[in-house]
Design a binder for this molecule. Structure first.
Ligand SMILES: [Zn+2]
Length: 219
């Protein structure tokens, strides 16, 4: 199987009004009705996806109440929508398992990424040394100031030192990933800041309700 993935920007549009549209990733054309969106509620809840009910009369089949989806089935495209929070792809090419995760401040505190990797290891028998993690465009550690109470709570819950007043979510993630045995060469950080780079939607830049979409799937 081949893994196809793309972190979206403002131009990568699902065009929600046309359910029959296809979305292009590299040379591949993906039917929009094979894309699975999540509700995203700033939780650490995950769901393993076995199939997509294409007849379901819901645009893009939203999975309710979760911030992470995992599958080992080809033809199911997992999507995450973000505007400063971190879109994360996890994959294991040997076991053919993929995940799309949404990790903002809450998700990072709750360690949703490590919980997803636990599922790779226990449910899909992945070897941590074979697991790859990709951190997409998100707000950087220089652009995310918070109040002292929020800052203290974040440091307390994550156990990772931060530079007041900014939160650095990716620093926490990389720390947690190394602790659970993910090899540093298998952690790819795109190092694009959504607040500084105008190609991306940024909630903290202008309060936008719009989101970029990132998609991973296997064919
Ligand atoms: Zn920044």
């Amino acid at each position: 199987m081949k893994i196809i993935k793309k972190f979206g920007d403002k131009k990568f549009d699902l065009n929600l009004s046309k359910k029959s549209d296809n979305l292009s990733i590299d040379e591949f054309s993906i039917p929009v009705n094979r894309i699975l969106l999540m509700e995203q509620v700033h939780s650490d809840k995950l769901k393993i996806i076995e199939n997509i009910n294409m007849k379901k009369d819901k645009i893009l089949h939203p999975v309710l109440g979760v911030d992470g989806v995992i599958t080992n089935k080809p033809g199911i495209f997992l999507a995450v929508k973000t505007a400063d929070c971190i879109p994360i792809f996890v994959w294991d090419e040997r076991k053919n398992v993929i995940a799309a995760l949404h990790s903002g401040r809450k998700g990072t505190e709750l360690n949703i990424t490590s919980k997803a990797i636990d599922i790779f290891i226990h449910d899909f028998k992945s070897d941590p040394a074979e697991i790859h993690v990709e951190l997409g465009p998100a707000i950087c550690g220089n652009c995310y100031p918070v109040e002292r109470k929020t800052f203290a709570e974040f440091v307390h819950k994550t156990g990772v030192e931060q530079a007041f007043p900014n939160l650095d979510l990716k620093k926490v993630l990389k720390n947690k990933l190394k602790n659970i045995g993910i090899l540093s060469e298998n952690i790819l950080d795109h190092q694009i800041c959504t607040k500084e780079d105008s190609r991306y939607f940024s909630y903290r830049e202008n309060g936008t309700k719009r989101r970029q979409i990132s998609v991973i799937g296997m064919i």
